[in-house]
Design a protein around this ligand. Sequence first.
Ligand code: ZN
Length: 341
Amino acid sequence: MRAGPELRSYPVPVYENVRPEGLRAHHTVADLFPTTGAPPRLVVRPTAVAPPAEGRLPDPEDLEAALEPLVDLLAGRRLAVLTGAGVSTDSGIPDYRSPGSSPRRPMTHQQFVSSAAFRRHYWARNHLGWRHLQAAEPNDGHRALAAMEQAGLLTGLITQNIDLLHVRAGSHDVIHLHGRYDRVLCLRCGLVLSREEHDETLVALNPHWRERFTDVADLEVAPDADVVLESTADFKIADCPRCGGILKPDVVFFGDNTSKERVEQAYALVDEAEGLLVAGSSLAVMGGLRFVRRAAKAQRPVGMVNRGATRGDELASVRVHVGTSEALPMLAARLVERRNG
Ligand SMILES: [Zn+2]
């Protein structure tokens, strides 16, 4: 089944031109506010600093030559694209699942719904983290995929990222497989709030709470807008304004299933396409691999651009181990050339 228009086309919002700066290994409040002398009430402790080099293969010396087999594979075909966290790392959003990253233990759906303490903990961290996603900017990789859509080369784009950077770069046909950070849902009545709107509620309930962190440009932020934070017991959360149900961000938690409808929409994009391009995903988590299997089973060529190995390597006809923000602009340009030539 094809996506309804409400899921496939979004207005491009205007965002502040603010970008998270470099990430540091460890902060305490004493580091951040050294003159207060007060014992820290909150500890901000990143689990990982940056995507590690370990497991990442060396970039090819001649990018154009390295991409040529991929251009040959994909030229003249309408493509579905599947993207993962790797396309957003150059926008300052770390990929916790890249090779060698510290293991994170994300909150599960079950924990979130069964305990108010877990929900407080989650929302306190999200209260800080979501603005970092909002402040991040698309990079050349996102822009190249938007240009490919514009040029009519794509059936659409399936992303595992919730950061909306594809939309902000100008892509329209985007399926957000794991949801999107800018919406909040009531688990009981289905009310949808914007994260912005919910932010006003949380700020009113927790005045001055975020100000403790306003100077912290470099809180470690996970791809799911989570930041690592202890001692969130004093954070106040809000329930659904309509029915009092539990509010949850519109993102797929660890232990959730992606909605069947969204998966079917994504399959439809793959089925309609004459090839699949996987960009910036190691296919390690939550069902990206099924689309590669689907394309391979239908004997459609699969090409991959990713810094390291992926779980779907044996199904790919061509793999190029390079970053997406370097490779995709050149790939897009070559595919358009070939189409026009
Ligand atoms: Zn409700």
